[in-house]
Design a protein. Structure first.
Length: 456
C-alpha cells in the first residue's frame, strides 16, 4: 500500500497553475490544493508504451492539454505524452486522513515509511518554531506516490488526480465540464485512493450529464468508427464504482462478475439465434420431405430451397464452409464482435424464391419470419439486462451463469425449447415489453437445444 521509494528526485517537471508556488529546494511548481496544507504529495504519473502508441491517446492528451490551458488562466499546459510526469500537490494531512482510508493508513500507520517521515518532519518544524501551515514547500514532508496506467490506460491522469484532491478539500474542480473518459479516470483514481463517496457527491453537485450512447457502432464526422461499447462500459464502471467503495477494476473487465455474466448472456443469445439457421439446414439436408404439396416436383423443391439457403447464408457471411484440412479452420473470420440486431436484420433479408408458381408457400422466408419476430420480442424483455439492485441482493436468482451451473448439477435431460404454434400466433409477443416475457425469454436463451418446427 505504501510506496517504499527513495528520496524525492530534484528533476520534477510539473507545470504551473494559477494556485502554484515554486519550491526553491527542488524547482518544482507545487499545486496548492490547500493553501495552508502541511504535507506535499509528490506523484509520478507513468505512461506505458502501449498507452503512448494506442490510437486515440493523442486526442485524449490534446483534450487534457486544452482543459489545462483553459482552466489555468492562460498558463502553459502541463507536459503530457511522456513516459514519466512528476507533479507536487500541497494538501492537508487532516483532510486526507478524514476522507480517504488509503491515506489514513499510509500517513498514520507506523509500519509505513511515510508515516515516520511525516512525524519526523513535523517535529523538526516545531523545534524551529514554524507552523506546518505557514512553512515553505521545501520544509514540508513529502509523500512519494507512483501512479501507473494499468487501471485506466489513459493520458492526462494528473488533471483527474488534482480534481480528486480538490474535491476532498471541498474546493471547486478545475474541469467543470468533464467528458466521459475523464469522469471514468476520476472514478478509478478515487477508487484506488478510497475516496469514492466524496467524488460521487461532487459529480452530483456539478450535475454531470451522462452521454447518450447507442447500442450500435456508428461513424463520426471524419468517418472513423466510434467506440460505442467502450463508452457504455465506462458508464457502467463509473456508476458502479461511485456506488460501491469496495471495488477496483477497469472498464474492459467489469467487476463483481458482471464481465463474465455479460459474456455468458451474449453467448446464450448468439447460440439461440444461430440455432435457427442450423435447424433449417438440418431439415432441408435430411431425408424428410419439407415440401408438403405432394407434387412430383416436391423433391426438386427441397433441393432448390436448400441451395438458395446455402447461397444466402454464405453470401451474408452467416455460414462458412470448412473442410477436413487444418488450414480451412484457420481461415475462419473473427465473429466475436458480431451485432445481434444486425444479425437478425440480415436473416430477415432471406429471399422468398420458389421453384415455380405452384410452390408459393415453400421456402425458408415464410417459415423464419415468425421465429425472428419472436426472438426480437424476447430481446426486449427486462431479463436481458442486469438490474444493479437485484444483482447485489439476489445474484443467484438473477445470474444466468449461476442458473446454468445449478441446472448442470441436477440429473436429467438437457433444457429444450420448442417454438409451438401457440407462440408463433401470439400477437402480444410481437411487441416490446410484453407481459410475462421475462420467463419466456430466459427459457429461450438459456436452453441447450432448440426445436423451431416441433409440430410438423
Amino acid at each position: 500500500m505504501g510506496d517504499e521509494a527513495p528520496e524525492p528526485s530534484a528533476d520534477g517537471d510539473a507545470s504551473s497553475s494559477n494556485t502554484a508556488r515554486s519550491d526553491p529546494a527542488t524547482g518544482d511548481q507545487v499545486v496548492n490544493v490547500a493553501e495552508q496544507g502541511d504535507i506535499i504529495l509528490d506523484v509520478t504519473f507513468e505512461l506505458s508504451e502501449r498507452t503512448l502508441q494506442r490510437p486515440g491517446t493523442l486526442a485524449a492528451a490534446a483534450a487534457a492539454a486544452a482543459a489545462a490551458r483553459t482552466l489555468s488562466n492562460g498558463q502553459q499546459p502541463r507536459p503530457i505524452l511522456t513516459p514519466r510526469l512528476q507533479m507536487a500537490y500541497r494538501v492537508s494531512f487532516d483532510v486526507l486522513k478524514r476522507h480517504s482510508a488509503y491515506f489514513a493508513n499510509l500517513l498514520t500507520n507506523p509500519a509505513f515509511r511515510e508515516s515516520v517521515l511525516i512525524s519526523a518532519a513535523r517535529e523538526n518544524l516545531l523545534l524551529r518554531g514554524i507552523e506546518p501551515a505557514d512553512a515553505d514547500p521545501s520544509d514540508l514532508p513529502r509523500v512519494l506516490i507512483t501512479d501507473d496506467d494499468e487501471a485506466t490506460q489513459s493520458a492526462g491522469r494528473e488533471l483527474a488526480f488534482e480534481d480528486m484532491l480538490r474535491i476532498v478539500h471541498q474546493r471547486p474542480v478545475r474541469n467543470a465540464r468533464p467528458l466521459m473518459l475523464y469522469v471514468t479516470t476520476l472514478a478509478v483514481t478515487a477508487d484506488r485512493f478510497d475516496c469514492t463517496p466524496a467524488v460521487a457527491r461532487a459529480l452530483a453537485e456539478i450535475k454531470f450529464k451522462w452521454p447518450l450512447t447507442s447500442t450500435k457502432p456508428y461513424l463520426d464526422e471524419a468517418g472513423r468508427p466510434t467506440d460505442v461499447e467502450g463508452v457504455l462500459r465506462q458508464k457502467v464502471l463509473t456508476a458502479w464504482l461511485l456506488d460501491d467503495k469496495g471495488l477496483s477494476a477497469a472498464w474492459w473487465n467489469l467487476p463483481q462478475g458482471i464481465e463474465e455474466e455479460l459474456r455468458h448472456r451474449r453467448e446464450c443469445i448468439l447460440n439461440a439465434v444461430s440455432s435457427i439457421q442450423t435447424h433449417f439446414l438440418s431439415l432441408y439436408s435430411s431425408r424428410d420431405r419439407q415440401c408438403k404439396l405432394g407434387y412430383d416436383s416436391s423433391p426438386a423443391c427441397d433441393s432448390f430451397q436448400f441451395g438458395q439457403m446455402l447461397k444466402f447464408l454464405l453470401s451474408r457471411r452467416l455460414l462458412f464452409l470448412v473442410d477436413f484440412s487444418t488450414a480451412s479452420a484457420e481461415r475462419l473470420p473473427d465473429t466475436s464482435l458480431v451485432d445481434v440486431e444486425e444479425l437478425l436484420a440480415t436473416l430477415k433479408q432471406c429471399p422468398n424464391y420458389q421453384l415455380d408458381k405452384h410452390h408459393m408457400n415453400c421456402g425458408l422466408r415464410i417459415r423464419i419470419d415468425p421465429i425472428l419476430d419472436y426472438v426480437r420480442a424476447m430481446l426486449s424483455a427486462q431479463v436481458i439486462s442486469i438490474p444493479l439492485a437485484d444483482w447485489k441482493r439476489t445474484r443467484a436468482d438473477v445470474s444466468w451463469v449461476s442458473g446454468k451451473a445449478a441446472d448442470n448439477g441436477q440429473e436429467g435431460e438437457a433444457r429444450a425449447f420448442a417454438f409451438t404454434r401457440a407462440l408463433a400466433n401470439d400477437q402480444r409477443l410481437r411487441y416490446e415489453g410484453a407481459m410475462h416475457a421475462d420467463k419466456m425469454a430466459r427459457s429461450l436463451f438459456t436452453a441447450d437445444t432448440w426445436d423451431w418446427t416441433p409440430e410438423l
